[in-house]
Ligand binder design. Sequence first.
Ligand SMILES: NC(=O)c1ccc[n+]([C@@H]2O[C@H](COP(=O)([O-])OP(=O)(O)OC[C@H]3O[C@@H](n4cnc5c(N)ncnc54)[C@H](OP(=O)(O)O)[C@@H]3O)[C@@H](O)[C@H]2O)c1
Length: 265
Amino acid sequence: MDLGLTGKTVVVTGGSKGIGYAAAEAFLKEGAKVAICARHEEELKEAAKTLSQYGPVYYEAFDVVDAEYNYRFAEHVNQKFGSLDVWVNNVGVSGPKKGDEYDDEEIDFMTGVCFKSVVYGCQAAFRYMKKQHSGAIVNVSSLAARCPSAGRSTLYGPLKSAINNLTNTFAGEYCPYNVRVTCIMPGFTLTPAVKRTISPEELNMNTQATLLRRAANPEEIARPIVFLASSAASYMTATTIEVSGGRSMTLNPSFAYDRLAAEQK
Ligand SMILES: NC(=O)c1ccc[n+]([C@@H]2O[C@H](COP(=O)([O-])OP(=O)(O)OC[C@H]3O[C@@H](n4cnc5c(N)ncnc54)[C@H](OP(=O)(O)O)[C@@H]3O)[C@@H](O)[C@H]2O)c1
């Protein structure tokens, strides 16, 4: 299937590693021109160098929490590649804290990275997509929007949940300009950082609670992101899809995987 991405300009925020990197690679393999950003310049430069084997890559190091940097990045990308067709708001962070442990500074930090950056990204993209009368924005939320991580990273779920709502709200505002806004909720994903830091107990706990009995690889999240941005999803806007290996399904206490599995034997 032709995804209609050949020659299109795609921005992926947080493209130096993890899901963002996998998405950048997947877009390039579809023939797109890709721009990535992240804070750490050396790592970003290295990622851009590796990615450039698949197609044209532009990079800029900055913090997405700063509105002006987002707007300037959009301007530079548009100058460099001549259009701005897709914007993926991928940056996000989960802080391992309980609700009563956050101080004001940490609340601002979480809100900035997980929520404000997505607003700025949408605004930056829309400036150009509005003029073009076309475009697709994909926001990266989390399954935590649906299953909040109480007792661990308390603010992450509510902020991701706000992104789901923001997606629909911006979709409503941008639709007269033929700009679609969609969202993806990944489940547990084995990015290099997660692989490095996760304990065997936590990995086991997560895989046991997933219908497919394993965590996702970043590429398995990247492909649905590419799909949402592509012409294959041309009738999709104001929608959020869950890509979690069936994690929500096991929240139902009457679901009995072990019994079902035993019946197969
Ligand atoms: N991995 C999972 O299990 C999982 C599950 C559900 C949802 N998600 C969501 O998926 C997205 C990507 O997650 P990931 O696990 O791939 O993350 P990751 O491996 O930690 O990568 C994050 C990327 O964002 C960049 N970044 C972080 N803060 C930034 C900032 N303030 N400004 C600019 N760039 C910034 C990082 O580079 P620098 O550090 O150099 O800035 C890096 O390129 C996030 O929104 C996350 O919430 C992840």
